[in-house]
Design a protein around this ligand. Structure first.
Ligand SMILES: *Cc1c(COP(=O)(O)O)cnc(C)c1O
Length: 350
């Protein structure tokens, strides 16, 4: 029994998938990589082997770069595709628009982001087409990139055919296709597709692939399926402070977890937990689930009194994304935490 005088500690279990720690397999990989001397700046065998594994798993001879975080991956990838007078079309809820502090524009020296819409965080092709074709004159920033997030910021997914439709539209107007895959492993797990079938085979030119959100400590990857687009990209990484000198420690967790399949296990666990969370919370009076739960997030609309009660119990979560309370599961989510949150919400709602 807790004493009613005990201070309520903040609980970060559902605030984000990056409030979780480093998963055991990634931690072991770091320890295994941590012996002796090895060439720096990516010229080591660990980085080379990890890059080869990406080529094997994606079934294509892509260019592979490791950077420290997702904002850098997206911003540098976009800067390689755009000139300063170009524009990038993305969903209005896209991370590159709402959560990167203008870094994509900064790294590409002024490229403008143009916002499209569509239900559930997914781009609607007609809206995208109308933005691409709206103007062709010299006074308008020329559309050059279509950026999609898979899974989306609202925890929904594009089906392979939807990606194909969007990229065909982009390509027919001479746009390149960028995919923000900070949670891409969830899409591979959910759709049961080969990674190639939801990327380059359906027209994606560049994928920013996240490791942090499924349990790696640091290290996101940029895969250029169109190798010509990666011309001089290493210089961009270096100039922006994203070239790790001890790169083997970014590459080692990827190498181990791509080889073992572990990169999909944490994702699968977090998806299972999100479904359980949804099933557990849905019947509670006053709770409205806002979007289909396809990835590792559950978005809720709650009465104000419930927000206050959950806050009083220490639960931390964000309400600035998607218009509701966003609860995220991770590789480390425990069933008992789901039960505890549900019990607190049930008490609050009654
Ligand atoms: C987390 C996230 C990123 C990467 O964010 P960083 O904090 O820069 O690592 C990129 N895109 C999406 C959709 C994300 O959720």
């Amino acid at each position: 029994m807790s004493n009613s005088n005990d201070p309520i500690l903040p609980r970060w279990e559902f605030a984000s998938d990056n409030t979780a720690g480093i998963c055991p397999e990634a931690w072991e990989a770091l320890a295994e990589a941590n012996h002796g001397f090895s060439p720096s700046y990516g010229n080591d065998s660990c980085t080379r082997e990890a890059a080869d594994l990406f080529r094997e798993i994606f079934e294509t001879d892509c260019e592979v770069f490791f950077v420290f975080n997702g904002t850098a991956a997206n911003s540098l990838a976009i800067s390689a595709l755009c000139r300063s007078y170009h524009s990038v079309i993305c969903h209005e809820t896209a991370h590159i628009e709402t959560d990167e502090c203008g870094a994509p524009e900064f790294f590409s020296n002024g490229t403008k982001i143009l916002l499209a819409t569509g239900p559930g965080g997914r781009l609607d092709p007609d809206t995208v087409r109308s933005i691409i074709t709206k103007r062709t004159d010299i006074h308008y920033p020329r559309p050059r990139v279509l950026s999609l997030t898979q899974p989306t910021e609202l925890g929904t997914m594009y089906q392979p055919e939807e990606i194909r439709t969007l990229s065909a539209l982009a390509t027919s107007h001479n746009l390149k296709v960028h995919m923000d895959g900070s949670r891409f492993a969830l899409a591979v797990d959910a759709l049961g597709c080969a990674p190639a079938d939801i990327t380059w085979r359906v027209g994606v030119d560049v994928l920013c692939l996240g490791g942090t959100k499924f349990g790696i400590g640091t290290g996101e990857v940029i895969l250029f399926f169109d190798r010509a687009l990666a011309d001089e990209f290493a210089y961009r990484c270096k100039q922006s402070g994203q070239l790790a000198s001890k790169m083997r420690f970014l590459a080692a967790p990827w190498k181990k977890m791509l080889k073992s399949g572990g990169w999909l296990e944490g994702a699968a666990h977090s998806r299972r937990c999100a479904r359980l969370l949804e099933e557990t919370l849905r019947p509670i009076p006053g709770v409205e689930i806002l979007y289909p739960v396809e990835a590792n997030s559950v978005f809720l609309r709650l009465p104000e009194s419930c927000h206050a009660a959950l806050k009083a119990r220490g639960w931390q979560y964000y309400v600035f994304i998607g218009g509701g309370a966003r609860l995220m599961c991770s590789w480390d989510t425990r069933e008992e935490d789901i039960r505890q949150l549900a019990a607190d919400l049930t008490a609050a709602a009654s």
